[in-house]
Design a protein around this ligand. Structure first.
Ligand SMILES: C[S@@+](CC[C@H](N)C(=O)[O-])C[C@H]1O[C@@H](n2cnc3c(N)ncnc32)[C@H](O)[C@@H]1O
Length: 193
């Protein structure tokens, strides 16, 4: 069975809204991003698999997506665009600092590879800028990126801000997919140049 089918059926059976849930479970097992009582900001959250996982781990979640998301106990959902200025105000009204910011946001795939990877890195940069405002010092950051021409520059920028940094492809990611996750732990708001 292909990896994507395996996780698709597993998610159905285990009550997760997306097979993406397993990516976060695997990332968390390896890197310990989310812990009990943490406050988590989940960007690009719909349909809600990552939020479900965070709640199960004992965290409280604020989630943001362009698309609607069905209610989850322990999650405050904001429908909005992470690339807009106004989203910060809406997040701030709920909470101004988080222990971890996680982003699985991805653009609608057009099939034009250069464009898709460019848009994906743009989203990752927006997620990172939100993380810079909302992460507590020492906090954790996970963001999805597509590898391509814009990737290296963004990666070099993100890594400066974290004590521990790693690129990781969880087993639940499709084998031939270009997606990879940047994992940053120990946020430093003012890194040296
Ligand atoms: C792969 S899905 C996320 C799956 C989610 N992690 C889960 O486990 O259910 C990517 C999401 O990113 C969202 N997205 C894309 N661009 C966005 C933007 N500018 N602002 C907010 N959400 C966005 C999409 O609407 C989509 O729901």
């Amino acid at each position: 069975m292909k990896t994507q089918d395996y996780y698709y059926w597993k998610a159905k059976k285990e009550g997760y809204r997306s097979r993406a849930a397993y990516k976060l479970l695997q990332i968390n097992k390896k890197f310990g991003i989310i812990k009990k009582d943490y406050h988590i900001l989940d960007l690009g959250s719909a349909p809600g698999g990552w939020s479900q996982v965070a709640v199960e781990l004992g965290a409280k979640v604020v989630a943001v997506d362009l698309n609607p998301m069905k209610e989850i106990n322990g999650v405050i959902f904001i429908r909005g665009d992470i690339t807009s200025e106004s989203i910060r105000e809406k997040i701030r009204e709920i909470k101004d600092k988080f222990d971890a910011v996680i982003s699985d946001a991805s653009p609608k795939i057009t099939g034009n590879w250069d464009l898709d990877q460019f848009l994906s890195i743009e989203l990752a940069r927006h997620a990172f800028n939100i993380a810079k405002e909302f992460l507590k010092p020492g906090g954790n950051f996970v963001v999805k990126m597509f590898q391509g021409s814009e990737f290296e520059k963004a990666y070099r920028e993100f890594r400066r801000y974290f004590k521990f940094k790693k690129l990781h492809s969880p087993p639940a990611s499709r084998k031939r997919s270009a997606e990879i996750y940047f994992i940053g732990k120990g946020f430093n708001p003012k890194p040296k140049n």
